[in-house]
Ligand binder design. Sequence first.
Ligand SMILES: [Zn+2]
Length: 441
Amino acid sequence: MKIRVSQLAAAAYAMALLARCASGQQAAEKRPDSAVRPIKALRFRSLWDGRKLWPDAVVIVEGDRVREVTSDARKIPPQAQVVDLTKYTGLPGLIDVHTHMTMYTDETPGVPMLKQITGTPPAVEVFLARKGALRTLESGVTTVRDLGADQYMDIAMRDLINRGEMTGPRMFVSGYGLYVTSTPYKPGLNPPAGGIADGVPEVLRAVRQQVAAGADVIKLYASTGTDDDVTGFETYTYEEIKAAVDAAHQFGKKIAIHSYGPAGARDAVRAGTDSLEHATDLDEETIAEMARRGTYYVPTIDHNRYYVENGDRIGYPPGFQDRLREFIGRNLETARRAHKAGVRFAMGSDAIYTMFGENTRELGWFVKAGMTPKEALATATTNAADLLGKGGELGSVAPGCYADLVAVDGDPLADIGAVLNRVRWVMKGGQTVVDRTQSAP
Ligand SMILES: [Zn+2]
């Protein structure tokens, strides 16, 4: 009986602390080396912690975690290394929930980027990807979800970053996305993808293979549409989609479902997907269902802007601009309707090729779609962390959270442009990874 009471008390305590990144704090308390972990005190003009604004903020960092947030400078421990960021506004490290980190391409002129993606050996690809990873950090993004890579390059990259062998954002990866045979179509000779699955038994096998390979999340392509192809024909049946969703959830994994058009989106939402990627022209019923279920919408509007501007270098055949621009319009309109209906959003750039570093430009589209800057910031912090199932460790600046922070010049709650264009300093897990405080104008 005694044991049961203390277990209950411990559970209640854990629940109470959960919202404040307590899991990390408890882990920190258990670590034997706690006496020697360095202490840093970060001073900001103000801090948006993900929920509220602190004037004259002090963030006390111990090791890789936040120990305390305060406006009282007298609380700075005497041994702390003080980092003066009092010219800037502090924010939680940002989260991009839709990337393809391993598909970074070299900018060597004359080599179409599409060809590089299909023609570069995996080891070379992962090595090149470090540049995209650095640029991602420079944009203030300290965590990404990666939704589709070949040869498990994403798993290799995630592990290299976690081991400190590569500098980059912490990654939550999906391995191979699930496709039906021959979609999405890519020009050129392509080796058979590891994620091809037709029919319920193959879908189950493919989901289990990704989990067995070490994937954190499952990705499924429920429609055509990629690169300069903006068709959105549903490719899977409802039964196949439902099987993937249930198999992912059975293993405690979340699932992200790609659909360019409304039919795949409707079935993905009905089947219980955790997030819906891209989708345009959502019907009213699907939008209402997303709001009711709390399904995250990741519209990735900005990646088509990048394709319009870079399609020639990527290697798209002529004529791509008009259909991409038309898709952007429908994408933005769908986002506007979904936001109005109370659907939750998470920021996903769909960064690929050389788009890394432009990860947060999506937030500008969200403001265009009717969000306040504060609502837009939530999509890249608290909402995104919740979608990752990491609300207890990421997306907030609070005791026990990872010490992931960004300093921007200006007031991002008044002007989202401060996040898009004026990131001056970035910390990931207690380490400064970007510092432009000296070179900034
Ligand atoms: Zn994608």
